[in-house]
Write a protein that binds this ligand. Structure first.
Ligand SMILES: [Fe+2]
Ligand SMILES: [Fe+2]
Length: 202
């Protein structure tokens, strides 16, 4: 995989793109983004997904994470995104609004990449292979350190769906424990991949 994948999928060369991302997020999050990129490529090799799309999606998935609430809310209104999302805060917004921003500012138009970034915070009831890879790479990249991460990494060596299941369950448990708001799409992901409910309203 050469450097030309950046030109193929974005409006920039590799060094220009990295600089743009680096200027949008903290040093720590930039490191995380590079680690998610690497992990996503490993998973794409393992589970036979498009390596280039996994690489780009992993790199840009948190591009919007440090934008102001004002900017995010404006993006939600201007793009007619689901307004109910506003009550859920940046943890949810930065996926949906992030897809808008990477299209506008980084020139990424590939639908699969945009979707993977859109759903990386919540999952969805209908995740593509690339969606799952970014969702999981975000969870298990080498800088992550939480109880259960080694189990997730072990599962990721053999079965991607099992990690998705493990991840959504753990995420929900943590939200419940903190009495945090739960975005309905997160429940949809749970119903599909943990509880095995097939018919879901979207
Ligand atoms: Fe994120
Ligand atoms: Fe992330």
């Amino acid at each position: 995989m050469g450097n030309d994948i950046y030109v193929k999928y974005t409006a920039f060369k590799q060094d220009e793109l990295l600089k743009k991302i680096r200027m949008s997020i903290s040093e720590k999050r930039f490191k995380h983004s590079l680690a998610v990129q690497k992990t996503a490529v490993l998973l794409a090799k393992r589970f036979d997904c498009n390596l280039e799309k996994a690489s780009i999606a992993g790199l840009v998935h948190d591009y919007a994470k440090e934008r102001s609430d004002e900017e995010m809310i404006r993006i939600i209104y201007e793009n007619n995104l689901d307004e109910t999302i506003i009550a859920f805060g940046n943890n949810i917004w930065h996926g949906v609004a992030g897809a808008i921003l990477i299209k506008k500012e980084l020139g990424i138009i590939d639908a699969k990449i945009l979707q993977a970034v859109t759903v990386h915070t919540t999952g969805s009831s209908n995740m593509s292979l690339l969606d799952k890879i970014i969702y999981v790479a975000d969870f298990i990249e080498p800088n992550r350190n939480f109880p259960g991460v080694s189990k997730a990494r072990k599962l990721a060596k053999v079965n991607l769906d099992k990690v998705v299941k493990y991840e959504i369950k753990r995420t929900l448990l943590r939200l419940l424990e903190n009495e945090a708001k739960i975005y309905p799409k997160t429940m949809d992901t749970y119903n599909k991949y943990v509880a095995g409910v097939n018919q879901l309203s979207t």
